[in-house]
Design a protein around this ligand. Structure first.
Ligand SMILES: NC(=O)c1ccc[n+]([C@@H]2O[C@H](COP(=O)([O-])OP(=O)(O)OC[C@H]3O[C@@H](n4cnc5c(N)ncnc54)[C@H](OP(=O)(O)O)[C@@H]3O)[C@@H](O)[C@H]2O)c1
Length: 228
C-alpha cells in the first residue's frame, strides 16, 4: 500500500514575466508587467484563494499589500480577502511593511532561529530550525482551513515550491517586453541546474492571448523532470 500524503492546500503559482523570462528590472526593481486584463485575472485568482504567499525579498523590494483590489474588478470592496503569508526565516520583514499593517489576517512563516516580535494580530508560525520548510508550512495552513494557496513569488520562492514538487497549477502572463541584462531576476531562482535531472518539467494546459500578452497555463509533468 502506498503511504498516504499528508493533507495540504492545492498550490497555484502565478507570476508575470517579460518575454525574456524576467520577473523585474535590474537588481529586482519592480516591473509592472501585467496589463489591465491580467491584473483583473490576478484579482479573481486572489479571491478564489484562501491565502496568498510571497517571500520576504518581494516585500522588501515591492512592499505589496497582498489584498484583493476590488476596484480592478469594477466592484466595491466586499471585505473578502485571503490570508497573507510571508516567508521570513530570519526576521528581515521591516515593521513598516504594508503586509504588517494589521488590516488583514497575516501569517509570518519563520524559523526557530528568528526571535523578532511581529505586530499584534500577525500570526507567527515556526516551520523549521533555520529556514521555512514548505511541507511543514503547508500542513500548518491546512490545519487553519486553507484549501487553496496562491504563490506569487518571487524567484527564490517559486524555485523552492517547484523543486519541492509542491505546485499543482502554474499560470504565467508573458508581457511583450524584453528586459535583458544580468541582474534582472529570472522566473526561477534557487540553485543552478547543471543538467536535465535538475530541471523542472511541466505539461502545457493552455495558451491564450490576454490583452497585449499571452497567458500560459501548466501542470506538473508526470515524473517531474525535463526529458531533455
Ligand atoms: N513579476 C512577478 O509576477 C513578481 C511577483 C513577485 C515578485 N517579483 C519580483 O521577485 C523579486 C524577488 O524575488 P527573490 O527571489 O529575490 O525573493 P523572494 O522569492 O521574494 O524571497 C526569497 C526569500 O524568502 C525567504 N524564504 C524563507 N523560506 C524560504 C523558502 N523555503 N524558499 C525560498 N525562500 C524562502 C528567504 O529569505 P530569508 O532566508 O531571510 O528567510 C529568501 O531569500 C523582486 O524583484 C520582485 O519584484 C515579481
Amino acid at each position: 500500500m502506498s503511504p498516504v500524503a499528508p493533507p495540504r492546500p492545492e498550490v497555484h503559482a502565478n507570476c508575470a514575466i517579460s518575454l525574456d523570462g524576467r520577473l523585474a528590472y535590474a537588481g529586482g526593481r519592480r516591473a509592472r508587467l501585467s496589463g489591465p486584463e491580467d491584473l483583473e485575472r490576478v484579482q479573481q485568482l486572489r479571491l478564489a484563494s484562501g491565502a496568498i504567499l510571497v517571500g520576504v525579498n518581494t516585500v522588501l523590494l515591492d512592499d505589496p499589500s497582498l489584498r484583493v483590489h476590488y476596484e480592478l474588478l469594477g466592484r466595491k470592496d466586499e471585505g473578502r480577502h485571503p490570508v497573507r503569508v510571508v516567508l521570513d526565516s530570519r526576521g528581515r520583514l521591516p515593521p513598516q511593511a504594508r503586509v504588517l499593517d494589521g488590516s488583514l489576517p497575516t501569517i509570518v512563516a519563520t524559523s526557530g532561529a528568528n526571535t523578532t516580535a511581529y505586530p499584534k494580530g500577525v500570526e507567527r508560525i515556526v516551520c523549521g530550525t533555520d529556514r521555512v520548510e514548505l511541507p511543514r508550512l503547508l500542513r500548518e495552513l491546512s490545519d487553519r482551513g486553507i484549501r487553496r494557496l496562491l504563490v506569487e513569488g518571487g524567484a527564490s520562492v517559486l524555485s523552492s515550491f517547484f523543486r519541492s514538487g509542491l505546485v499543482d497549477r502554474f499560470t504565467v502572463y508573458v508581457a511583450p517586453v524584453l528586459i535583458g541584462g544580468r541582474t534582472a531576476p529570472p522566473l526561477m531562482g534557487g540553485p543552478e541546474t547543471a543538467g536535465p535531472e535538475g530541471a523542472v518539467a511541466l505539461t502545457r494546459v493552455a495558451v491564450e492571448p490576454l490583452g497585449e500578452g499571452v497567458l500560459l497555463t501548466f501542470a506538473p509533468a508526470p515524473g517531474g523532470h525535463a526529458p531533455l
